[in-house]
Design a protein around this ligand. Structure first.
Ligand code: 2DT
Length: 220
């Protein structure tokens, strides 16, 4: 029996706390989807390869200083410059697995606890971006995160920032807009294999639904 043509690819986002294994799991999931016969592309934000992305990267490496609002808007612009590519890729039936998206955008900027940079302010420039079909949130306890070793040396890799980021991700659940509801929480405390299996069992049914046309064309 011929397979039905795919309506569009699914847009799957992986979010989570630092050291939760996000990047490893993005690769693992993309490989498994590819082996199941699908077209798949991985993306990550920030995309440090564009001129805007290079400005962000310099900031994260403390090679430049920027106002909190300015860098927030650059992170957002770094997503907007990819919108056409995202839409074209999904339209040709290719699934996208994306390492971080605007959930990180809101949560990290607000974690700076700048009194003039609320989570609502942070959300505004993200409004209208393509809405993911599923967001996998890799959750990691503070204790488990500590066991996985120290911080790197980029700007946000401090225990104060990480604590605030965790609190903000939890608080997303209470935002009346749908951010919190988008997040499918998966415990990242297990082995790479265990976490990979948990992700796979959540993601595949959603990818199949989207391929068959069961999605709403929505934006943030
Ligand atoms: P990576 O370590 O994943 O390269 O991220 N961040 C990310 C923000 O502050 N805002 C955003 O919009 C995004 C996508 C998270 C580098 C750091 O950038 C943070 C960690």
């Amino acid at each position: 029996e011929p397979k039905q043509p795919i309506v569009r690819g699914a847009f799957i986002v992986m979010e989570g706390l630092d050291r939760a294994g996000k990047t490893t799991q993005v690769e693992k999931l993309a490989n498994a989807l590819y082996e199941s016969g699908r077209n798949v592309e991985t993306m990550r934000f920030p995309d440090r390869t564009s001129p805007i992305g290079m400005m962000i990267s310099n900031y994260l490496q403390s090679k430049s200083e920027m106002d909190d609002h300015v860098v927030h808007l650059l992170f957002s612009a770094n997503r907007w410059e990819k919108v056409k590519h995202i839409n074209d890729t999904l339209a040709k039936g290719c699934t996208i697995i994306c390492d971080r998206y605007y959930y990180s955008g809101m949560v990290y900027s607000a974690a700076k606890r700048n009194p003039n940079l609320s989570i609502d302010w942070a959300r505004a420039p993200e409004v209208g971006l393509p809405r993911p079909d599923m967001v996998v949130f890799l959750n990691l306890s503070t204790e488990e995160a500590a066991k996985r070793g120290g911080f790197g040396d980029e700007k946000y890799e401090t225990s104060e920032m990480q604590k605030n980021v965790r609190e903000n991700f939890v608080a997303l659940k209470d935002i009346p807009a749908d951010e919190g509801q988008d997040l499918q929480v998966i415990d990242a405390g297990g082995s790479v294999e265990e976490v990979g299996k948990a992700i796979w069992s959540q993601v595949v049914p959603r990818v199949e639904e989207v391929e068959q046309g069961d999605f709403s064309e929505s934006s943030t």
